[in-house]
Structure formats: structure tokens, C-alpha cells
Design a protein around this ligand. Sequence first.
Ligand code: FRU
Length: 509
Amino acid sequence: MEWTKEQRYRTLKEAGGDEMAELKARVDSCPWRQMFHIQPGTGLLNDPNGFSYYNGEYHLFYQWFPLGPVHGLKYWYHMKSKDLVHWDDAGVGLEPNDYYDSHGAYSGSAIEHEGKLHLLYTGNTRDENWVRHPYQCLAVMDEKGNISKLDKAVISSVPAGYTDHFRDPKVWKEGDTFYAVIGAQRTDETGCIVLYSSPDLLDWTFEGEIGTNLNPFGYMWECPDYFELQNHGVLIFSPQGLAPVGDKYQNIYQSGYIIGETLNVQQKTLKHGDFIELDRGFDFYAPQTMVDPNGRRILVGWMGLPEIEYPTDRNGWAHCLTLPRELSIRNGKLIQQPVAELQALRGPETKAEDTIRNESKTYDGFTGTAYEMVCEFTNIDAAEFGIEFRVSEQEKTVLTYDAAAKKVILDRTLSGEEVGADYGTIRKCEMDAAKVKFHLFVDVSSVEIFINDGEEVFTSRIFPQEDSDGIRFFASGGSAAFQAVKWNLRQNPEEGQRYDCNEMAMLGK
Ligand code: FRU
């Protein structure tokens, strides 16, 4: 269905109960609803926002258009958790109903200040000629979880030299000063990041642009995130407008980071290395990080991309968030590992161990549509080896290590219903290693693959039939030994939960 502007910019209240009930029924009948990922009750989810730890709980909001699988009037939807695994539905977080966010409560971040969680975000507005005007806005959440928005925006204009593509503040504190990075587009239509400072989160001073040597590098940088880790400065952002280079930048938009010396906020220049993509799969964008009380730096991304149709659109919903990943730095690269708490999802365990040679083999108990699996390959003289999963006669998703090319390859050509095929159905990345460890989290319509303890990650949606549940191990052009462990999801329905994030919203919470 084609969505008109009028339909996209309606509020939840304007939609009414019948429309939402019909939509919810369509969503619930979708065969691709996830088991252990945060997904919208109805409509479209995009960026993670306000990821934080406050008052004894993790808080994670997401960009949400409730009324259908399109980008329309965005809300913040609020989830909270004690363990990063089991998430409670906390209802709508921010409603776009003020002069400064009339056309969407866009992305932003959270920080605790004076005992309250402060949410700094972009208010998107359009005038009668549909010209965009962004505001940076503040809302405050108290210990009871009540969120109140300020009467006025805290940054009301875009500095000279930048266009109205100016959004997604990520805030942090250094000494007594708050800083925020904002994603921007220069008037010459190149992307960059600017820095603001504030003593109190209310009065903000434009400090200027963060100098990098990526000039130019795409036409817009979205969702910046600056943090320090192991004495390095890390700047994550999502640049738009990069052309593919070899195996890199294959998706419609990218998401990655530069690492260097810590940011000198006076000079605002970052001495840094190459831009590195965070994820080598098909569906990953706009990640956000937070630091938890144990000092861990944790990242969550949007498992989706703008401007691509997904098969769940037919059922009135789209996208989910990734699992939380713990970050560290090794050899100038970010290493991403699933947070240890995710082991709570593990139910009954199955193991297999074998040496395979020019064959493809199955093993008892190695089937499923939602599970975690770790497989380590050693003693490799095969030219290629790997795992096929979500297999049936017609379908398979193939994860290969090509030992000659020294590349990991994810192939979703036969994964089921097509998605984003204009951007190809194969993703590859270099990996030079004598041992290869694949750590997979397979959910009903996605896979996250951590390679060699988080050196690379491939995150992808897949849309196979429900009965495509086979798993095969293969080696060609020689042999490889492997050890595999697979965990089914814990059976307790509370554990392998299906999220229903819309019920409370419909009650107007
Ligand atoms: C990234 C993004 C952000 C914006 C938000 C709107 O996906 O375009 O730049 O704030 O989504 O939903």
C-alpha cells in the first residue's frame, strides 16, 4: 500500500482502536515474529535511543512509527531490563506533540543528572512548505518512570554552514561539563559531526566541528557516538552516500567507527585510523552505546536499514534491535561480543564433534528455528568449509570460510523470501586465521554471527519458511575438524518471550 503524507503523520490517538486492533491481528499472524529480540508491537522500529542504566535498570528506547511499516511520525518506545535479556514493556516514552517535535521525536541519547534520567533528542518539524527544521530537545524521567518534556527546545537553530540535516545528539559528561555530538550535513552536502557543550544540559554552546581526515566521506553522518575505551577515543557514526569498495560498503548505508587518540575538546580534532565497518552483514544501522555500572561499554544496533522493503511489511510491522554486544579494543579494532547475560537464554544443549572431508553432514539434534550455536573449526586443509542453517529442500543460509581467499562469506541467496536484493545477496570480509569460530544467534527471522570471538560480526534478517530448520556442516577441497554446541531456547515462555510492545501504548500509557 502507498502511504500518503497525511497517513504517515497521524498520531496513535488519531488512528483509533479499530485500526490498531486490525493491525495488531495482522502483526500477530506473521510467521516471522521474533522470539528473543526487541521488536515493535505494530509498525516500524528503527534506531535504538536513550540506551542507559538508571535507577537499577537498563533503559532502551527505540524509534517507533506505530501505524504501519513505514517511516512516519516517530515516537520513542520504552523498554527496560534488569539483565539486558528480559525486557519489560514500559510503554510510549516520548510522544511527538510539541511545537519542537511536531513531525517526530527523532533519535537521541540519555544521561543521569541530579538523580533523573535526561533524554536529549532531535525534534523534527516541517513547515507548511514541508521544509524541515530540527530542534534539539530535552525530556526528564524521574525514579517512577514518568517522563516530562520541557516547554522549549534547548537548541533551536542550526549553526551557519550546515543544512537542516542536523540531528541525533549523543551526550556524555567530562568533569563538570556535558558534551554532545550531533550528526550534520555541511551546506556543501558533505557529512560531518559537530560538538556542543553545556554546564547543565539546558544552555548549549556550539563548539564547532570535529575534525577528521574523512573529507569528504558521504553526504550525511547520522547517529554519532563518542566514547573512550582502553585509553582510545572511539567515534561511531552512520555515514550515508559511500560507494562500495571491494567487499566494503555493500549496504545502502553504512555504520562504522574511527579509533584514535582521545578527543581534545578544545582542539576538537581526532587523530584516527581508517573508518571500519561495525558489521559485515546485510541489516545493521544506527547503533548506540552506553557504559554500565560495571564499566562495560555495550552497543545495540537497529537490525534494519532505511529505504528497503522487508517481507514483514505485508503484516504491518518491520525491524527489530540487535542483541546487546560488549565492546573492547584489540589491535586497533573494536571487538564485539554478545553480553554474557545472554547465556540465560540457553536451554537444552546438543553437541557434535567430527572431521569432515569433501562432504556435507547432519547430526542428531542439530535443527531449529531459534537457537544459539558455537562451532569451532580446526586442523583445516579444506579449501572451503562452514555451516548451512535454516535448511530445507529449497532454502538454506550459508556461512563459509574460504581458506584460499581468507574470507568469511555469508550467502542469503536461498534464505527464503527476498529482501534488499538490489544490494546483492552475498557479504564477505577478510579474516586470516588458522582456527575459525562461528558463534550464531539464530532467531525466527534473523541471524547474528560473531566470528573469532567478535573480530567481525555479520547481522542479517532472513525470511525462510518455518520448516526450513536443518543444519549442515560441510567441507570441500579437503578436510576440517569441528566441535559444535547448540542450545535451544529455554522453554519457559517467560524466558523465550515474544514481545508485545503495543498493548500499553494503545491504552495511551
Ligand atoms: C537514522 C535516522 C536518524 C533519525 C531517525 C529518525 O536511522 O534517520 O538520523 O533521527 O532515524 O527516525
